[in-house]
Design a protein. Structure first.
Length: 291
């Protein structure tokens, strides 16, 4: 089997990526800061700021999926966030180049766009201007730029995914339900979201594709996460955005993912109403798990 390394393997999204890639037939090595279980196989505890360790872990891989970074800059100082995001991302790219690993997926972020209230048009697409409001979005933007150069310098094929609010498997109650119940709760994110399993299939689609060079992709569900027409939501919360493009019938989403669908044949499969039904059926926990 072909070896694929997944960083952030024990995170909310990483666990889905590992499972989906293994089910697709890949030999997955997971990497994360969390300790290795006593009997656990195919996993290494590793700090991505350790460049030599990253190089060793990636040896023999045909691809790397890099989701191993802080999810926000609000948990730490900006100094810590910068080192975690920038140095970890650089080490992954440099190891891929040194080891001639042809395919790379990077976790980028919609924080690159900054406040959506400043958007010159909606829906957001990959050509929307970058205007990050903090160090997290700024470093993700810088990593995308760095990735374009690594693709050019070394012939790597790199996809940067910009997933919207990610709903981890089993997390609907504590992580997402509130955004579906109050219209204002998700207004700042354009009521957009994505299931972690759909992020995982986007990663798989890039690994299986023959696309070359660097590409950035939005990753979001097709609908908004509140039970109201999209144009009504826009009129109430984004009246300043007068350039509204496309057919926003019913509850059509405000993050355009047509590029990902067109280039990689990807389609989102999990939508919030189905998530709610799944949560009720499975009895998902309401308490936030310990980190």
């Amino acid at each position: 089997m072909q070896k694929v390394v997944v960083t952030g393997a024990k995170g909310g999204t990483g666990t889905s990526i590992v499972r989906v890639l293994r089910e697709a037939g890949y030999d997955v090595l997971g990497i994360d800061l969390k300790p290795c279980g006593f009997w656990e196989q195919n996993y290494r505890q590793l700090d991505l700021e350790d460049g030599a360790g990253v190089h060793d872990a990636l040896a023999g891989a045909v691809a790397v999926v890099h989701f191993g970074s802080l999810p926000t800059d609000s948990w730490t100082t900006w100094e810590t966030s910068y080192r975690n995001l920038a140095l970890g991302g650089y080490h992954v790219l440099q190891a891929a180049a040194n080891l001639k690993i042809p395919r790379v997926v990077l976790a980028s972020s919609p924080m690159i766009y900054g406040e959506y209230s400043r958007a010159p048009y909606l829906p957001i697409d990959e050509q929307s201007p970058a205007c990050p409001d903090g160090i997290y979005g700024a470093v993700k933007q810088n990593l995308e730029t760095l990735a374009t150069h690594y693709a050019r310098w070394h012939g790597l094929s790199i996809a940067a995914l910009r997933p919207q609010r990610i709903v981890y498997e089993g997390s609907y109650e504590w992580r997402f339900r509130k955004f579906t119940e109050t219209v204002a709760a998700a207004a700042d994110s354009l009521w957009s979201y994505i299931d972690a399993r759909d992020v995982a299939t986007a990663c798989l689609a890039w690994l299986r594709s023959d696309r070359t060079g660097f590409e950035a992709f939005n990753v979001a569900a097709d609908d908004v996460c509140f039970d109201a027409p999209t144009r009504q939501l826009l009129a109430e919360y984004y009246p300043q955005v007068t350039d509204v493009r496309g057919d926003l019938h019913d509850q059509r989403g405000l993050v355009n993912c047509e590029k990902l669908k067109r280039m990689l044949g990807w389609q989102p499969q999990f939508h919030w109403r189905a998530m709610a039904a799944e949560s009720q059926s499975a009895g998902f926990p309401k308490a936030v798990p310990a980190r």
